[in-house]
Structure formats: C-alpha cells, structure tokens
Design a binder for this molecule. Structure first.
Ligand SMILES: Cc1cc2nc3c(=O)[nH]c(=O)nc-3n(C[C@H](O)[C@H](O)[C@H](O)COP(=O)(O)O)c2cc1C
Length: 145
C-alpha cells in the first residue's frame, strides 16, 4: 500500500511528526488549510471554542488526495477532540481509509473507532520517535490495529 501524509498544524508539532512519517514511508505530504486565524491568545481561545461546540470550518488541501492511496492524517488535539480541520476532512474522507495520528500535550483522543489505526503522540510521554516507528511498521506491513 502507498500512503499520503495529510496534516494540519497550528504551532508546528503535527507538521514535524508528519515530516518524520513522510520521510519514513517516502510518502508525499499534503497540508490542510482551514483559513482561520488561530494564532495568539485570542486564536487559542477561539480554537478551543470551535472544537468544544463542534463549529464547522471549510478546508482546502495543498495537493489533491490520491484516491488510490491510504491516508495518514496528523492533527492536533483541541479540547479533547481532533481540531475542526480534521473533522472537516472526515466529511470527505472516511475513517476506514485513515491512519489517525493525534499530537497533544497530555491527553489522548477518545473517539478511536473505524480508523485503520490510531497513534497518540503525547508530548508528556516523551516517546514521539518510538510511536512513529511503531506506526511505520504497521504501514509497511499493511496492518490495521
Ligand atoms: C485550543 C487548544 C486546545 C487544546 N486542548 C488540548 C487537550 O485537550 N489536551 C492536550 O493534551 N493538549 C491540548 N492542546 C495542545 C495541543 O494538542 C498540542 O500542543 C499539539 O501538539 C499542537 O499541535 P500543532 O503544533 O500541530 O498545532 C490544545 C491546544 C489548543 C490550541
């Protein structure tokens, strides 16, 4: 199976993780843009609000999705759920073709159903590279968990 690494980032952590996965699988990277201003303290508060009330955003992708490839989606956790940009992505691309990777400070994503796999990259755990290596093995062996 060939892969494409799709990511959304506010402060760069998810992009860094996406780059490592992209290198490990020799897979292209595609960035999600939700055209919102999430920077600074106001942006942070707005981001938490959007995520908590499940407010919709519209997204564009830096490259079109290749329908022949599975997707590795790398996104941040916002207020206990994936960022709204990821939820917008799910409106077009179903979970059963997505390996989900969620970056966070300390918590894990709760909704883990239907994905090919779910990987939590939790800063507090300090095991980013081990988690990525595990995911790369899953992808290279074409497994689901
Ligand atoms: C609005 C908002 C809410 C967040 N909520 C959580 C949370 O509930 N649990 C957690 O562990 N981290 C939370 N974080 C931290 C981010 O998930 C973490 O810093 C992530 O790796 C950032 O990814 P990025 O740099 O790709 O944007 C939150 C960050 C933001 C901006």
């Amino acid at each position: 199976m060939n892969y494409q690494v799709v990511f959304f980032t506010r402060t760069g952590h998810s992009k860094r993780v996406a780059e490592k996965i992209s290198e490990g699988l020799n897979a292209p990277m595609i960035e999600i843009n939700d055209h919102k201003h999430w920077k600074g303290i106001i942006g942070y508060i707005r981001a938490g609000f959007y995520s908590t009330v499940d407010k919709k955003v519209d997204i564009t992708l830096s490259e079109p999705i290749d329908e022949t490839k599975d997707i590795i989606l790398v996104v941040p956790l916002w207020a206990g759920g994936v960022a709204p940009a990821a939820r917008a992505f799910f409106r077009s691309y179903k979970q059963d073709r997505i390996h989900l990777v969620v970056t966070s400070i300390g918590s894990r994503v709760k909704d883990r159903t239907s994905y090919l796999s779910v990987t939590d990259i939790v800063k507090r755990d300090g095991n980013e590279d081990e988690k990525i290596a595990h995911l790369l093995n899953i992808c290279k062996n074409n497994q689901t968990i």
